[in-house]
Design a protein around this ligand. Structure first.
Ligand code: HEC
Ligand code: HEC
Length: 418
């Protein structure tokens, strides 16, 4: 049963006449999220391959994929924090400071664009950026190839087929340095393919990190109830003449997948937001229309749609809200540590400027309304809290689990454990 006010009430003539009095929240602006509706990922032929997911999970928790041996994806994307970071920003290898907040990864595969400025168009093209970022893993794709050709070889080959002969490789090299320039074009292509496949395995794992059974989802499916305060918050969230949060946080994911300037930048900030992200993804050799895509036509269509969409200066991506009340900090800088404060400072300051940019002011004040009672809104957002994931998804897989996923017999496990 749907919770849309209109069909629920209008089943008989007297009820239809009562429609005028139907002033409850308009739940048609949001929808429950269904795990079965996870969008396909045509540019990744291994997106739903369980072998790839097991390999990706092992890689996600492997701190040896970093320059100082201390940083795994899970160091910043912590399973016990919705695969996000409770700290505002995350130090990477050698404790180098990061500048943006590491968002949670639950439901990440429901998105169509990634990163705060949207510089990633396909989920598999993201890991190489984190691995080579000097303030994240500070690894290089050649070191990655060495490690794949070492302890990961049997797993990798079980998913992607034989590794090419990588020839004589230096210990460490990535685009921009001399050691990389000295490699042959064929070597560079072979290494890039390994890096893309690592991304495809990690995407297959990330597609399992789901949160689709919150109290709100159950309510919207007609399977549970909300309290009066939560319903009041829902009304503020949904109604156009109140918070109107659903204008951006609508649909099943509670995000329009678009970019908006909320005026959060500090006056001294030169953050460009979306325009810089769009340029970066068009230039990215690992994007969905590039040589490493398994469906360049589908990839191109997505990129073309992005190029045509609005790219506001200082715009960042609307955050999907499932699990929001379980997060420790909010916003792309992670500099707000209470949900209530986010609501009262960001959305309740019509006309206050953040960035010193005149035309953005008008745009912003027309977007943001008075959100109303913050206590009710917070109560509503708490109905989006995620139940725990199966334990086996929240840690590195054991040798036995890996072997099972690869459909090997148990005797084969010992040698191949990374
Ligand atoms: C040192 C901390 C750190 C490490 C290590 C790290 N990340 Fe991140 N991650 C971040 C930050 C910060 C962002 C946001 C950066 C941005 O948007 O520019 C992010 C963003 C992401 C996103 C985009 C999420 C979204 O909703 O758009 C994904 C996916 C992701 N990381 C996956 C990974 C994977 C996979 C790894 C390992 C290969 C990894 N990260 C390693 C800090 C980290
Ligand atoms: C104009 C579009 C828009 C509207 C309207 C809007 N938001 Fe947002 N929201 C965003 C964007 C964009 C971000 C990310 C901002 C950033 O960090 O740069 C965001 C971030 C958030 C966050 C932080 C989540 C996190 O994990 O970092 C919360 C909470 C939130 N919004 C709640 C609300 C509520 C509640 C309302 C209604 C009162 C609302 N939003 C209205 C666009 C919008």
């Amino acid at each position: 049963m749907s919770r849309n006010c209109l069909p629920a009430l209008c089943v008989a003539l007297p009820a239809c006449l009562a429609l005028a009095a139907c002033d409850g929240p308009d739940f048609s602006r949001i929808a429950p999220l269904e795990a079965g509706a996870l969008p396909a990922s045509p540019t990744n032929a291994h997106a739903d391959d369980p072998k790839a997911a097991a390999l990706g999970q092992a890689l996600f928790f492997d701190a040896d994929l970093s320059a100082d041996g201390q940083v795994a994806c899970a160091t910043c994307h912590q399973p016990e924090h919705g695969f996000g970071d409770p700290r505002p920003t995350s130090p990477g290898a050698f404790d180098r400071p990061g500048s943006l907040h590491a968002p949670g990864l639950l439901n990440v595969a429901f998105q169509r664009v990634w990163m705060w400025n949207g510089r990633v168009d396909h989920l598999w093209s993201q890991p190489i950026q984190a691995l080579e970022h000097p303030a994240e893993h500070d690894f290089t794709r050649v070191e990655l190839a060495h490690r794949i050709a070492g302890p990961y070889r049997p797993y990798y080959e079980s998913v992607f087929g034989p590794l090419p002969d990588l020839g004589d490789l230096p210990p460490r090299a990535k685009p921009g340095d001399d050691a990389w320039a000295a490699l042959s074009a064929a070597q560079r292509d072979a290494i890039d393919r390994v890096a893309a496949n690592v991304g495809k395995a990690i995407e297959a794992y990330e597609r399992k990190l789901l949160c689709t059974d919150t109290r709100l989802d159950r309510y919207l499916r007609g399977e549970g109830e909300l309290t009066a305060l939560e319903l009041q918050g829902a009304a503020q969230f949904l109604d156009r003449d109140q918070g109107d949060c659903a204008r951006c946080h609508g649909g099943a994911t509670l995000s329009d997948g678009a970019f908006h300037n909320l005026g959060l930048e500090r006056a001294d900030s030169d953050e460009l937001g979306r325009p810089a992200g769009l340029q970066a993804l068009v230039d990215d050799p690992f994007n969905g229309e590039g040589d490493y895509s398994d469906d360049p036509t589908a990839g191109r269509q997505r990129i073309e749609a992005m190029v045509l969409a609005e790219a506001p200066l200082g715009g960042f991506r609307t955050v999907p809200l499932r699990g929001v009340a379980q997060r420790a900090v909010f916003g792309h800088r992670g500099d707000t540590d209470r949900l209530r404060t986010w609501i009262t400072t960001v959305y309740r300051r019509r006309g206050r400027r953040g960035r010193g940019d005149g035309d953005l002011l008008g745009q912003r004040s027309s977007l943001i309304r008075d959100p109303g009672n913050p206590t009710a809104l917070v109560a509503f957002l708490q109905t989006l809290s995620c139940p725990p994931l199966p334990e086996a998804l929240t840690r590195a897989p054991t040798a036995t689990e890996l072997a099972e996923a690869m459909a090997w017999d148990a005797a084969a496990t010992v040698e191949g454990q990374p």
